[in-house]
Ligand binder design. Structure first.
Ligand code: FAD
Length: 520
């Protein structure tokens, strides 16, 4: 008997009476009776804290209970109960709740597993410096993985722009940033996983063992298992970063330069290639660009041509203090090949960790102005290289007008750095672009900043792509109908569906993605 059993049972009975749940009371009593190492809670503050996400686009919905696990076995105990119940109930892992469209939500009949809630007994990250990997708990935030590995002078190779995301959460999508052109997405840098399947089995998987599950889970939107441990490949951590931004007024020249840079893979290359679009007030609204400091807008206006669209290439070169003599020379050689506006070079130099954690600084600023916890109708698309200029004409120079309500990222990646066997979906071309419209909606803002306006703009962008036959794929996908999901997965759909039947036959896991019907 668990210490919390009576309390939980009492709370559950109260819940049954209060909300008239259509899950049988016996199932609920069974959850309360599980002997967890961590703890199950029905405390109202715990329920409230998992009922919404970063997107804030859906009405908050409290789950039945929240599990704060302290081991993979805890997660397995819960999933086994859900799977074995006459009426199965949903179980969703929640990383850091940074989804946009309720993907980590579970509905009021389900249980959320708060992977990031640190129970004292949750396994510590373990760095194996000789083998160049780290074993991390699935709910660990990347910022903590970085801190841990830096103690050994090592770091993961592939990142997201923002580090307060969980390992399990980004590996369920792909995990991309400016290093992906060379190292591939984060899912291409995983050596092994421990996964709790939808039947409640704890399975170890890798390139050699349970291969189908391994590739399926990577980019698998949480559909086949809950990642409780990931083994991440490491490299020696650079000490410093030279961070450069240059501007372009020609989209063609901008993308030619980006594509040239991602074709370099030898010693002489940049380590990170991204970019963003500046439409009119885009810089003011670009919470990622504190880099263009107070005195810089003067410089920017001198290159801005009558409010037309500008493009900013963002590149970095990593180095060690001992290389500081040669770094300038290497950068000069690389920059000579580029065709940016000559007067538009913005350079800064900082510690590696400060570069990686750059978006958090922007977060703190936005939080201080109450501009972080607002709705985020983000749209992330993978656009094939062959159609990126049509996308520019139709969207950046067309649908967006001169208002963006947030940064618009654009950068190319090489498909050969993505493993086709993973569940991640990308366009059918060797090079494709991420276009990320990272907008914040303001209730009291101008018409163009309001949620409904931005949602409608997203709809118009998708409609434009469809009419122009630009075969985009959504990244962090959100689709409304089964037909849309089938189209999203394309050739991968049959494999995806068959993995679901094998590893989560009762459709218990990650129901917030709304790909499959509710638990059967
Ligand atoms: P959650 O939102 O909690 O979960 C996402 C999905 O994964 C849910 O379906 C959930 O059930 C499932 N899941 C969570 N944990 C696990 C687990 N352990 N095992 C199995 N399934 C699990 N993405 C990028 O690729 N690059 C970026 O640069 C980037 N920047 C971002 C910046 C900000 C400010 C924000 C808000 C998001 C950004 N993202 C980026 C998107 C991010 O990768 C996704 O939101 C992702 O879902 C990670 O968030 P999370 O850990 O909070 O996961």
């Amino acid at each position: 008997m668990t210490t919390s059993f009576l309390l939980i049972t009492f709370a559950i009975c109260k819940l049954i009476i209060a909300v008239g749940l259509n899950v049988g009371p016996s199932q609920l009593l069974r959850i309360g009776a599980i002997d967890f190492d961590g703890h199950l809670t029905v405390h109202s503050s715990d329920l409230a804290s998992v009922s919404s996400d970063f997107g804030m686009l859906k009405s908050p919905e409290e789950p039945l209970a929240v599990l704060h696990p302290s081991s993979a076995e805890d997660v397995a105990r819960l999933v086994r109960t859900a799977y074995g119940s006459a009426m199965a109930f949903p179980v969703s892992a929640r990383g850091h709740g940074h989804s946009i469209n309720g993907q980590a939500a579970v509905g009021r009949n389900g249980v959320v597993v708060e992977m990031n809630h640190r129970e004292t007994r949750t396994p510590e990250s373990l760095v194996r410096a000789e083998e160049m990997y780290v074993d991390v708990w699935g709910g660990e935030l990347w910022v903590d993985v970085l801190k841990k590995t830096l103690e050994h002078g090592l770091a993961p190779k592939s990142w997201t722009d923002y580090l307060y995301l969980s390992v399990g959460g980004t590996l369920s999508n792909a995990g991309i940033s400016g290093q992906a052109f060379h190292h591939g997405p984060q899912i291409s840098n995983v050596l092994e996983l421990d996964v709790v399947t939808g039947k409640g089995e704890v399975m170890r998987c890798s390139e050699e063992e349970n291969t189908k599950l391994f590739h399926g889970v990577l980019g698998g939107l949480g559909q086949f298992g809950i990642i409780t441990r990931a083994r991440i490949s490491l490299e020696p951590a650079p000490q410093r970063v030279r961070w450069i931004r240059v501007l372009y007024s020609s989209f063609k020249v901008f993308t030619e330069d980006q594509e040239y840079l991602i074709s370099l893979h030898g010693q002489l290359k940049f380590d990170y290639v991204e970019g963003f679009v500046i439409v009119d007030e885009g810089l003011v609204n670009n919470w990622r660009s504190s880099f263009f400091s107070r005195h810089n807008p003067v410089k920017i206006s001198s290159v801005s041509s009558n409010g037309s669209v500008l493009y900013c290439l963002e590149i970095t070169k990593n180095y060690h203090d001992s290389d500081s003599e040669t770094i300038d020379q290497e950068i000069e050689i690389l920059m000579k090949k580029l065709n940016f506006i000559p007067t538009s070079v913005f350079t800064t130099d900082l510690q590696y960790v400060d570069f990686l954690d750059r978006v958090h600084k922007a977060e703190l600023k936005l939080r201080s102005k109450n501009l972080w916890e607002v709705p985020h109708p983000w749209l992330n698309l993978f656009v094939p290289k062959s159609r990126i200029s049509d996308f520019d004409k139709g969207v950046f120079k067309g649908i967006l007008g001169n208002k963006t309500s947030g940064p618009i990222l654009i950068y190319p990646m090489n498909k050969d750095k993505w493993d086709e066997r993973s569940s991640a979906v990308m366009p059918d071309e060797e090079v494709f672009y991420l276009v990320a419209l990272l907008r914040s909606a303001l209730k009291d803002g101008e018409e163009t900043q309001k949620l409904e306006y931005l949602k409608d703009q997203n709809r118009r962008i998708m409609e434009f792509c469809q009419q122009a036959k630009i075969d985009v794929k959504q990244y962090l996908p959100h689709h409304a109908t089964p037909e849309e999901w089938v189209a999203h997965f394309g050739d991968k759909w049959d494999q995806f569906r068959s993995l679901k039947a094998e590893f989560d036959p009762r459709h218990i896991l990650a129901t917030g993605q709304r790909i499959f019907q509710n638990p059967s």
